[in-house]
Design a protein around this ligand. Structure first.
Ligand SMILES: [Zn+2]
Ligand SMILES: [Zn+2]
Ligand SMILES: [Zn+2]
Length: 288
């Protein structure tokens, strides 16, 4: 069983990684029908930044070629000398905390991957980000507690694929000291709550990945959103900002999908990815 925290302790933990700027513009509430929800604490103007949040962790995409495990940049043949996983020689192999994560584990398992083709999708990469989440249990307990308390939706298409490539692989084949339920939970959290990031900065190339931002993850979906977000790779944080004027007391809504699509497409995407039927004002109006 996953240990669950009361809301206040949970918020306190996740807010450690959040910067509100000069004025606090949001309020979090546990609602009966919609779970944990964000509201505007005061009037907010178009383009105002509501908060900035550091990533809890990030890692490669679900479908990823064999990119550098630190900067996520495409590499051609550079690997970590200890574990054999892709890592660019300069500068990543010199400072990255890859040791705390998968590097040690691959060494312990005496499993040295051989990668001949760095450009094709590598199924092994489906395990990397879930593995980083699991490994917080022993090294970064606050992060583990947060991950345990994040919500997950069971039974999406990607989680079925992960059942083989991640859950069974890590537990049956690698014999990791976790339960299948633990692994399923992190896989589902990733599917439902991860945000795409890109580590490219103005001065160095990088690549796409997925990151966990627990406060951002509390925003509910609407097909007529009032906020959105952008990732700032220079110092690894996500910035939430208003895309229209918002009045005090309004609920803050982000869109999980491309909201320019028509009603049918939006419904299909939300059902496949998040397993719910959207009842936002726009969907209700479009349905008439
Ligand atoms: Zn790198
Ligand atoms: Zn390594
Ligand atoms: Zn909708």
């Amino acid at each position: 069983m996953r240990a669950s925290l009361n809301y206040n302790d949970y918020f306190k933990l996740i807010l450690n990684n959040v910067d509100y700027g000069e004025n606090i513009l949001i309020r979090i509430e546990q609602t009966e029908d919609r779970g944990r929800t964000l509201f505007a604490l005061s009037d907010i103007k178009y383009m105002d930044v509501l908060f900035r949040e550091k990533s809890l962790l990030y890692g490669p995409l679900h479908d990823s070629p064999s990119v550098c495990l630190n900067c996520l940049k495409q590499v051609s043949d550079e690997v970590c000398e200890y574990c054999g996983l892709p890592l660019c020689t300069e500068p990543c192999s010199t400072y990255f905390n890859h040791d705390d994560y998968e590097c040690n584990l691959f060494q312990l398992a005496k499993y040295r991957p051989t990668i001949n083709d760095f450009e094709s999708i590598n199924p092994l990469y489906q395990c990397i980000t879930p593995l980083r989440m699991l490994l917080t249990r022993d090294n970064l307990p606050d992060k583990w507690t947060i991950l345990q308390n994040m919500s997950s939706v069971i039974g999406t298409q990607q989680t079925r694929e992960c059942e083989n490539n991640v859950v069974n692989y890590l537990i049956d084949y690698w014999k990791l000291d976790f339960t299948k339920e633990d692994v399923r939970h992190v896989v589902e959290v990733l599917k439902n709550n991860a945000f795409e990031v890109n580590s490219t900065t103005k001065t160095k190339p990088g690549g796409p990945g997925r990151g966990i931002f627990p406060l951002h993850a509390l925003t509910n979906h609407s097909c007529a959103p009032n906020i959105t977000y952008r990732y700032i790779s220079e110092d690894d944080h996500m910035e939430c900002f208003a895309i229209r004027d918002i009045r005090k007391g309004e609920e803050l809504f982000n869109s999980y999908i491309d909201y320019n699509e028509d009603l049918e497409t939006r419904r299909e995407t939300l059902r496949a990815g998040w397993n719910f039927e959207c009842k936002c004002e726009r969907c209700l109006a479009d349905d008439k």
